[in-house]
Every structure is written in C-alpha cells, then in structure tokens.
Ligand binder design. Structure first.
Ligand SMILES: CC(C)(COP(=O)(O)OP(=O)(O)OC[C@H]1O[C@@H](n2cnc3c(N)ncnc32)[C@H](O)[C@@H]1OP(=O)(O)O)[C@@H](O)C(=O)NCCC(=O)NCCS
Length: 184
C-alpha cells in the first residue's frame, strides 16, 4: 500500500485511491460491528465506543454509515446520521482510516460516497465536531468543503469542563454547506 502508485478516480472527484488492492465501499452490516469497534480503538484521538454502539450504527443507522475494505480487510469507517429534526443535514460522528491506508483520499471518498446515497437525497448541509488539535480532521473536512464548493464554518459547541469533562478538548461544531445534491 505505501509504495502503491496512485490512480485517479474521475467518478469520485478525481480522488487518489490505492492502485494496489481491491477497494470496496459499502453499507455496513451487523457482521462489521466488532471490527469497526477495533478500528476506532486503533485510531486515536477518536473516542472509543462500546461495541453495542457500533453494532447499532451498523444496523439501525447503516444507510448513513460507510465501511471501506481493501482486499476484504476493513480499511475505513464513517458513522453518521440525519438528526431527527434536520432532514437536510448529515451529521458525521466519526471517520477512521486504517493507518496503512491514510493519505490516499479514502477519508474524503467515503464522505462523498455517503452524500450520494439515496438516504442523503434531502441533505444540503454536513455537520461534524472536531477538536482544535486534530489537524488531519480539519484538513479532511476543509478538503470536502472545497470539493463541494461550499462554505465551512465552525463554533465551539461541546465545551471542556462544561459539557465535557476537564481534559477532553472542546468539540467545535463544523458546518459545511449549503451544497447542491451530489447525486444529481
Ligand atoms: C482523519 C483521517 C480520517 C483522514 O483520512 P485520510 O484517508 O488519510 O484522508 P484523505 O487522504 O482523504 O485526505 C483528505 C485531505 O486531508 C488532508 N490530510 C489528511 N491527513 C492529514 C494530516 N495528517 N495532516 C494534514 N492534512 C491531512 C489530505 O492532504 C487531503 O487534503 P487535500 O484534498 O487538500 O489533498 C485519518 O487520518 C484518521 O483516521 N485519523 C484518526 C482518526 C481521526 O482523527 N478521525 C477524524 C475525526 S472524526
């Protein structure tokens, strides 16, 4: 993977993808839950969830989550949902790419794949939260905003020592949008 040449994928916005290995993006199933849980545990600074939480995402929220495999091995994960009172908004909870697959456009490609799903046809905004020191995450979502030709703004939302315990950095609510439907 590390020495693989890049190839362009015009259907995905010209994103680089691994040339080596068979990449597959799909909706998760209940069988993915434990591996997803392990990938998140291996992807600091993400908060580790209970396996039960990831199993619910892989079942009840599967249509707004993405699993990426390379040659059948789990390489990436995105969890998201449509907040009950915001049908035009996709909230992204976590994005994790296996260390060996990073820097090749997989994180951005999973998000674009998700926005193109039937479940996201009403979506015109994407929100997520990011801590100030997670440079890779800021770069990922800034890159997505550029791809969508949409504004990106953020405000402090879940505050350290108020909503979160001391020692857990403040989570900024990041909003990208409005953007045109990506499936059109
Ligand atoms: C954040 C993460 C998901 C990015 O995945 P990835 O597949 O490597 O990201 P991509 O290759 O799609 O990169 C998307 C953009 O972010 C940039 N980027 C990615 N990692 C970066 C880093 N460590 N530092 C700076 N920029 C970075 C890329 O250069 C690219 O920008 P470009 O489109 O302008 O070239 C991955 O690093 C990860 O799993 N980190 C640990 C868990 C985490 O922090 N998740 C995010 C919070 S939910």
């Amino acid at each position: 993977m590390e020495t693989a040449e890049r190839q362009r994928a015009p259907e995905s916005g010209g994103l680089a993808i691994p040339a080596e290995g068979r990449l597959n993006l799909r909706t998760p199933t209940v069988r993915d839950g434990l591996q997803v849980n392990a990938l998140i545990a291996a992807s600091p600074p993400l908060d580790v969830n209970s396996a039960y939480c990831n199993l619910l995402q892989c079942t009840h929220f599967a249509e707004t989550c993405v699993v990426a495999t390379i040659d059948g091995e789990l390489a990436g994960w995105v969890s998201g949902h449509l907040p009950p009172d915001q049908a035009d908004t996709l909230f992204i909870w976590q994005v994790a790419v296996a260390a060996s697959a990073r820097g090749r456009g997989l994180g951005r490609r999973m998000l674009i794949e998700l926005l193109a799903r039937d479940a996201c046809q009403t979506v015109r905004r994407l929100t997520t939260t990011i801590t100030p020191d997670n440079h890779a995450s800021w770069a990922l979502f800034a890159s997505l905003a550029r791809h969508l030709d949409a504004e990106i703004v953020d405000v402090p939302w879940l505050i350290e020592g108020q909503h979160l315990s001391s020692g857990h950095a403040t989570e900024h609510l990041v909003t990208i949008g409005p953007f045109a439907p990506t499936w059109a």
